[in-house]
Design a binder for this molecule. Structure first.
Ligand SMILES: Nc1ncnc2c1ncn2[C@@H]1O[C@H](COP(=O)(O)OP(=O)(O)OP(=O)(O)O)[C@@H](O)[C@H]1O
Ligand SMILES: [Mg+2]
Length: 338
């Protein structure tokens, strides 16, 4: 299988400080490449180097088996950070501008609108009136227009709530990976480390992350890309490095600990004696939650339920939720239970 992206000792430094340091990576044809790392780790910088939006301080990039050249970009689709849209034009008109530049058939616009789930949006709505998530989707639609062989998406799902973002990232990754549907190779940069699980589920998915070294309570970014996903979130460390007030960082730790202990209780495990839960593990949003109401919903067969039975069930479930004691200790309340 051919190599689509290759970097050799790729390095970018800003005024002597490394953002990306001596990165060697290989993305082969037919693969989805998940790049994970905390804020400021260098993910966007790496993607910009691949796209020629930044010049490397040293090292080389090869695309489609050849030294980097602008001509390769015709086979690449990309969305880096926020999409550049014409705010006074509608979504369709924004796509039309790019379609004409790329000399593509008109029908392609409906195809990409459908892929990103914007087909039903009010046609009169201007891009400036779109929500952040809709703008991200429109940006992805533009990136998909030319049926790219390489798709580069930075921070997929950002701009939506965490859970929505996670679900969007998951769904899009599955979609682009499926050769029957899109089947191109993608390079993703995302901070949702739950996406690491895709490596177990889909062939060809590979996780890489920005290496981090823990020294006691400190975290040091090593500016290197290593094989494998990160199993932690370093968001709170990053907040401290960014100079957030100590009381805010402290409260964030409390909230995280509280959420984690609720999560443990929800799975009927409880904290092991003498062992505190790790304070920096990110919540596993994909882990099934346990609750009597959820159990009942899971067991329900919708196809054999009449509308009347469904109404009765709804009534019963609502009663169950409002009865004290029924929902305690199942990890459903907010952080700290406040
Ligand atoms: N134009 C610039 N000038 C100086 N430093 C920069 C510049 N752009 C980025 N950096 C620095 O390079 C490092 C990597 O930034 P980058 O945007 O690549 O991180 P990231 O992994 O994409 O983070 P995030 O998850 O927040 O998007 C950061 O320390 C950042 O401050
Ligand atoms: Mg970034």
């Amino acid at each position: 299988m051919g190599v689509i992206v290759e970097t050799n000792e790729l390095t970018k430094a800003y005024r002597g400080r490394y953002a990306v340091q001596r990165v060697n990576l290989t993305v082969r044809e037919g693969s989805v490449f998940g790049l994970l790392g905390p804020n400021g780790a260098g993910k966007t910088t790496l993607l910009k180097l691949l796209l020629g939006l930044l010049h490397p301080t040293s090292g080389q990039v090869r695309l489609f088996g050849e030294p980097w050249s602008r001509a390769h970009l015709a086979r690449v689709g990309a969305l880096i950070e926020t999409p550049a849209l014409y705010g006074h034009l509608t979504g369709r008109e924004n796509l039309e501008v790019h379609r004409r530049l790329l000399n593509l058939p008109k029908a392609r616009i409906d195809e990409v609108l459908h892929i990103v789930g914007l087909a039903d949006v009010d046609e009169r709505k201007r891009a400036s009136q779109y929500s952040l998530g809709m703008k991200q989707r429109l940006g992805i639609a533009i990136a998909l227009l030319n049926r790219p062989r390489l798709l580069i998406l930075d921070e997929l799902g950002r701009g939506t709530s965490t859970f929505d973002g996670l679900s969007i990232a998951w769904a899009v990754t599955e979609y682009i990976h499926d050769p029957q549907r899109l089947g191109c190779k993608a390079l993703l940069a995302t901070h949702y480390h739950e996406l690491c699980r895709l490596e177990e589920l889909l062939p060809g998915v590979k996780n890489y992350s920005v290496a981090v070294q823990e020294k006691g309570d400190e975290v040091v970014f090593l500016r290197k890309i290593v094989r494998g996903g990160s199993d932690r979130s370093y968001g709170i460390h990053v907040a401290r490095l960014a100079g957030l007030p100590p009381e805010v960082v402290h409260r964030a730790r409390e909230v995280l600990l509280s959420l984690e202990s609720q999560e443990g209780a929800g799975q009927g495990e409880g904290p092991a004696p003498g062992r505190r839960p790790h304070p920096y593990r990110q919540l596993a949003l994909f882990e099934p939650q346990s609750h009597p109401v959820l159990e009942e919903l899971r067991a329900l067969n919708i196809l054999s339920t009449t509308p009347l039975e469904a109404l009765n069930l709804l009534h019963r479930l609502k009663e169950k939720l409002s009865r004290p004691g029924e929902s305690e200790g199942h990890g459903q309340s907010g952080p700290g239970g406040r």
